[in-house]
Ligand binder design. Structure first.
Ligand SMILES: *[C@@H]1O[C@H](CO)[C@@H](O)[C@H](O)[C@H]1NC(C)=O
Ligand SMILES: *[C@@H]1O[C@H](CO)[C@@H](O)[C@H](O)[C@H]1NC(C)=O
Ligand SMILES: *[C@@H]1O[C@H](CO)[C@@H](O)[C@H](O)[C@H]1NC(C)=O
Length: 377
């Protein structure tokens, strides 16, 4: 009964979402894209819940990997779209700055007609390793090898192989991946970090990211955008992992994120040397979010450590919405004063600031280069 209600509710929400897209977004932008297939620069989005715009609404999983219930979406959409935030995500703002409509989730029914402007393949909980939350998410490999391939084939069918290749090579390919590969061993009490040294594990994650990038490059992609990993031990949900803790950051996780970020920088640098025409933009999400945690006032926020939605210390218990086992949760009045929306994810107001700085960061230092996203559009 409960499940059925949830399904009905999520159907209604999906319908509302489609309706709102049709009413508010597609008529003008959709048409202009269809008239300009030869020039449009699409945005192709891969990765995890920082970028998932609703793919997990359509897979067989649990509310742990979904956000299609109240109060998710309350700020901007007025209904839960499946985004893990109160409103829009970084990728939504990037699409806006690039004059694109909202990028449709690959699994959203009725999807293909809107795919000329790009597609969102991201899945909450996904990692670069297939073992990460296996069975409940769409791993990066599936996003890139199966789903992206389907879109490429569809474009070839519609436009012919030359035009399709041109469209894919003009496109921008944006990634947020890795967070769950490091979180999952801590959240599932797996002992994988005892069987591998930290640097071996990082090499495995970055090795998989590298081979997936190569696969997408082979299909014609040239312009890649990465955000590195945030300070993983300083999220509300990870500050509370150590029961003897006093709410300080979980250093082990933050240092894994640092190791990963160094390895990712190096891997991208090497790919640029190896692959002809490969260009990338790398944003230091870690440094930017760290600043926001430590100096929320400088960013117009009041709270940088506790989440707006959740329960317990720092509202770090992942109960936002009351559907993940714990029915009780607290919700703040003004999400736009918070950095964190729930135990792991940021508010729309934080994502907006981050997207603005990612887009064109002439005066800030959170830029690892070499291109800006605005260079790519
Ligand atoms: C949307 O994507 C799914 C995922 O594979 C696919 O099965 C479905 O046919 C697509 N819908 C449309 C209308 O093309
Ligand atoms: C990718 O990850 C798997 C584990 O999922 C690992 O066995 C493999 O060695 C990794 N590949 C690379 C190229 O690092
Ligand atoms: C919290 O605990 C850590 C490790 O035990 C310690 O280094 C830190 O100073 C403590 N912080 C506070 C605010 O008490």
């Amino acid at each position: 009964m409960k499940l059925m209600m949830a399904n009905i509710a999520s159907c209604i929400f999906s319908l509302l979402y489609l309706l709102s897209l049709t009413l508010f977004f597609s008529p003008t932008l959709g048409r202009s894209i269809n008239n300009n297939k030869k020039h449009v620069i699409g945005l192709f989005i891969f990765g995890d819940s920082f970028l998932d715009a609703g793919n997990n609404n359509y897979i067989n999983t649990t509310p742990h990997d979904q956000a299609n219930f109240f109060p998710y979406g309350q700020t901007y959409f007025n209904f839960p779209t499946g985004r893990f935030s109160d409103g829009r995500l970084i990728s939504d703002f990037i699409a806006e700055y690039a004059n694109l409509p909202l990028i449709p989730p690959f699994l959203q029914p009725g999807n293909y007609t809107q795919f000329y402007g790009g597609v969102n393949f991201a899945s909450g909980g996904a990692g670069a390793l297939v073992e990460t939350f296996e069975g409940s998410v769409i791993p990066l490999k599936t996003q890139a090898r199966d789903h992206f391939k389907k879109v490429a084939t569809w474009l070839e069918h519609k436009l012919g192989s030359y035009e399709a290749k041109m469209l894919l090579s003009r496109g921008v390919y944006m990634f947020s991946i890795g967070t769950n590969d490091y979180l999952s061993p801590f959240l599932t009490q797996s002992d994988v970090l005892n069987s591998f040294s930290h640097s071996q594990y990082v090499d495995m994650v970055v090795g998989n990211i590298t081979s997936i990038i190569k696969g997408i490059y082979k299909k014609g992609a040239r312009k890649f955008v990465f955000m590195n990993l945030p300070p993983l031990g300083c999220l509300p949900g990870t500050r509370i992992i150590k029961s003897d803790g006093n709410g300080s950051c979980l250093q082990q996780l933050s240092s894994l994120a640092k190791l990963h970020n160094q390895a990712l920088s190096l891997a991208l640098f090497k790919l640029e040397k190896q692959l002809k025409g490969f260009k990338y933009s790398l944003y230091d999400f870690n440094a930017d979010v760290t600043q926001m945690i430590n100096h929320p006032f400088k960013y117009g926020l009041k709270e940088g450590k506790s989440a707006c939605c959740g329960s317990g210390a720092f509202r770090g218990e992942y109960s936002c919405g009351g559907k993940r086992g714990n029915k009780h949760f607290e919700l703040c009045d003004k999400p736009n004063e918070y950095l964190f929306w729930d135990s792991y994810h940021l508010t729309e107001s934080a994502y907006k600031q981050l997207a603005t700085r990612m887009w064109a960061y002439t005066t800030n230092s959170h830029f690892l280069g070499p291109y800006t996203i605005s260079d790519f559009f």
